[in-house]
Design a protein around this ligand. Structure first.
Ligand SMILES: Cc1ncc(C[n+]2csc(CCOP(=O)(O)OP(=O)(O)O)c2C)c(N)n1
Length: 331
């Protein structure tokens, strides 16, 4: 595509849509940076696993979808939650174990979702959410909805049996699901070279008889344009596909991990391609969103994160008398 055509395409999406994508990314970055500090102060219940450096993927792809579409996020997908309408206040409630949070102060802090937003609450078992999403999309389509699904998984999760079963089943039944692999090069400390022998994970698509595409996971603008096209294609002709997004985890597996096994040069290379800065610069350069609008958005996001954190902090933890609520079926 020529530079002129690419510019026209970016312009056609419109300022409001780009600002919404930027908002999801900025809110997630600011909220997660706050969560990192809180973790090291011992104020978080459980670990803290962030998607810092990977924000573009959830933000750009959810924004390309419709009201009835379905999503299964993983631990690095705060921008999937926010992109589908979750509020930062609920995020802090969840991590601070508040009774007012999505899981009412119970369960792991990443195990939340909201079906009103089409977002399933994840469980941590890698690959386990993939067949759930395939079934969810099939169920909605049988009810006459034109639902498409996006399943987000890491490179490591592609080595599970669940991944194979879900992709093969969706392929055979033409279920419109994008299996989106966030290849951030490591599954905890295991590098790609110890995980698979194919050149790209998207190459595996051929074995399932489906299409596989590769994308730059740090380029929110390119990723959004591509996903709009793919989602429209899947609605027109339902089918499964693999999408591999190249990215890097910019922190440890969780905050307990210093990631000393990741070469410094690799981290430096991806730091130069920070997804928020890259999108900011491109949108300004293309003349779609003026600098003032982005500056203003950033200020608003900082205020929102600050307000949400302080409000959540002042809310109550679960009442110990409710400990067994939801554990056994009520008579
Ligand atoms: C079935 C299963 N095996 C092992 C684990 C432990 N575990 C949690 S995250 C993780 C690494 C995940 O790597 P990847 O899928 O590449 O995602 P990333 O953390 O890089 O985003 C492992 C091994 C698990 N949760 N589930």
């Amino acid at each position: 595509m020529s530079k002129k055509a690419a510019k026209a395409e970016v312009g056609a999406v419109g300022k409001a849509a780009w600002l919404a994508i930027m908002r999801s990314m900025m809110l997630a970055r600011l909220a997660e940076e706050r969560l990192v500090r809180l973790y090291h102060q011992g104020k978080i219940f459980g670990g803290v696993y962030t998607g810092i450096g990977q924000e573009a993927i959830g933000a750009a792809t959810t924004a390309a979808c419709g009201e009835h579409d379905l999503f299964t996020p993983c631990i690095r997908n705060m921008t999937v939650h926010l992109g589908r309408g979750e509020c930062v206040l609920n995020v802090f409630r969840q991590y601070l174990g508040r009774a007012t949070g999505p899981t009412r102060g119970r369960d792991g802090n990443v195990h939340y979702g909201n079906m009103k937003n089409g977002v399933y609450a994840m469980i941590s078992h890698l690959g386990a959410m993939l067949p759930v999403l395939v079934g969810g999309v099939m169920a909605r389509r049988r009810r006459g909805m034109d639902t498409v699904g996006i399943a987000y998984i890491g490179d490591g999760a592609t080595s599970t049996g669940d991944f194979h079963e879900a992709v093969n089943f969706a392929a055979v039944n033409d279920v419109p699901v994008i299996f989106l692999i966030e290849n951030n090069k490591y599954a905890y400390s295991t590098p790609n070279s110890d995980q698979f022998r194919c050149k790209r994970l998207a190459d595996r698509a051929a074995g399932y008889g489906i299409e596989g595409v590769c994308a730059d996971g740090n380029d929110a603008v390119g990723l959004h344009l591509l996903t709009r096209e793919l989602v429209a294609g899947l609605r027109a002709k339902p089918r499964a596909m693999l999408m591999e997004c190249d990215t890097l985890r910019m922190r440890g597996h969780g905050e307990h991990d210093d990631a000393s096994y990741v070469p410094r040069e690799l981290v430096e290379e991806y730091a130069k391609r920070d997804p928020i800065r890259a999108a900011w610069e491109r949108l300004m350069k293309e003349g779609v969103v003026p600098r003032e609008a982005l500056d203003q958005l950033e200020r608003a996001c900082r205020e929102e994160v600050d307000r949400a954190y302080h409000q959540a902090l002042n809310e109550p933890p679960p009442d110990p008398a409710t400990l067994l609520d939801g554990v056994y079926a009520d008579a």
